[in-house]
Design a protein around this ligand. Structure first.
Ligand code: NAD
Ligand code: TYD
Length: 355
């Protein structure tokens, strides 16, 4: 197995949902290794997501944009970065339908700016440093599956259906091209839907939990029979860690939760978990107009990462969702704070027209 030992790591989007969980995970595993977080603090990024580790001596937080190549290049130099883990993105499908431009700007142009800076630093200036550029991507690049189709493998052709998925597909292709053309040591992971602490309540699971706690409507797009393969966020980050250490440059690895469930079953399950505290939660369920171009089913074949890197997720759905619900119950002030005026404006824009 190829071995890479990251010394100085740059985490883009480290104040977002998965990126912040990654930094928590990384410090708990490698307390002596420094981490630089670069995050533009968009509506989805929140410094409070790093609060529990804000005193960690290894943490450097930089408020900035991945598209700023000068800034990125200076961070790579100043902090002797040898490993980039690239989470920063616009990540919400519904927002990409309302306003695709930001998705092209950050996901495509931003990823390209990072790749350019990495190439300059690690290849062109002849530092000869062992390095890794890990790009965090999604299973949505593969499009949608019918009920009987085999799950997505790394060989499945790209057929993105939403502007979000198309922008991630574009960034995946650029990462691949920088490996093939210039020899940048890249890896890519394509992961299924994540859930866990610090997820912004525009995404299904935290939206449902917060709506139940607020006695608000739970909006179900269409018939609610769409299927996703849900993965607890720490398992995603453990998979990324394994790829950083042992993944083969130029390769792509799918990461999945082995848990295909319909949206409506997820919603019923969360309502039932909260029934004791919030009785009658199922009555909040409201079917609304479907998302245009809504992918019907995602499912991941994660054989490659299991076979080649000996990685499998540790949480089953019941364990992961229990932890997640407990976190949202205990951190009501966190999610109330992030649901500011711009969040309410988004809810109005997205849901009013669905009635
Ligand atoms: P998120 O929206 O919660 O966080 C994104 C972070 O990126 C935020 O902190 C934001 O401030 C930052 N950011 C956005 N634009 C930036 C820019 N131009 N420069 C610097 N920082 C910027 O997203 P997430 O759910 O944590 O997803 C992280 C990554 O994982 C994304 O690349 C996403 O495509 C991928 N992914 C997500 C899921 C999922 O279920 N959430 C599944 C598979 C893959
Ligand atoms: P989401 O969390 O937005 O993730 P993605 O679209 O990337 O899979 O949505 C998960 C599923 O839940 C998706 O099929 C859309 C559906 N959904 C609803 O039914 N209602 C909602 O209000 C939201 C936000 C999503």
């Amino acid at each position: 197995m190829t071995q890479h030992v990251p010394k100085n790591i740059l985490v883009t989007g480290g104040a977002g949902f998965i990126g912040a969980n990654f930094v928590h995970y990384y410090f708990s595993r490698y307390p002596g290794r420094p981490v630089v977080v670069l995050d533009a603090l968009t509506y989805a990024g929140n410094y409070a997501n790093l609060q529990p580790i804000s005193e960690h001596p290894g943490l450097t937080f930089v408020h900035g944009d991945i598209r700023d190549d000068d800034l990125v290049l200076s961070l790579l130099k100043e902090h002797k970065i040898d490993t980039i883990v690239h989470f920063a993105a616009e990540s919400h499908v519904d927002r990409s339908i309302h306003g695709p431009d930001a998705f092209i700007d950050t996901n495509v142009v931003g990823t390209h700016a990072l790749l350019k800076a990495a190439k300059v630093r690690w290849l062109d200036t002849g530092t000869g440093m062992a390095h890794r550029f890990h790009h965090v991507s999604t299973d949505e690049v593969y499009g949608t599956l019918g009920p009987e189709d085999p799950p997505f493998s790394e060989e499945t052709p790209y057929r993105p259906n939403s502007p979000y998925a198309a922008s991630k597909a574009g960034s995946d292709h650029l990462v691949r091209a920088y490996h093939e053309t210039y020899g940048l040591q890249t890896t890519i992971s394509n992961c299924s839907n994540n859930y866990g602490p610090y997820q912004f309540p525009e995404k299904l699971i935290p939206l449902v939990i917060s709506r139940i706690m607020d006695s608000g409507e739970i909006p179900v797009y269409g018939d609610g029979r769409q299927i996703r393969d849900w993965l607890y966020v720490d398992d995603h980050n453990a998979g990324i860690d394994v790829i950083l250490n042992s993944g083969i440059p130029g390769e792509t690895y799918n990461i999945g939760g082995n848990n295909q469930t319909t949206n409506i079953d997820i919603i019923h399950h969360i309502c039932d978990c909260l029934e004791d505290r919030y009785p009658g939660a199922r009555s909040l369920i409201t079917h609304v107009t479907d998302r245009p171009g809504h992918d019907r089913r995602y499912a991941i074949n994660a054989d490659k990462i299991r076979r080649e890197l000996d990685f499998s997720p540790q949480h089953n759905f019941n364990a992961g969702i229990r932890k997640t619900i407990e976190w949202y119950l205990a951190n009501e002030s966190w999610w109330r704070k992030v649901m500011d005026g711009s969040y309410r404006e988004w809810v109005r824009a997205n849901y009013e027209q669905r009635r």
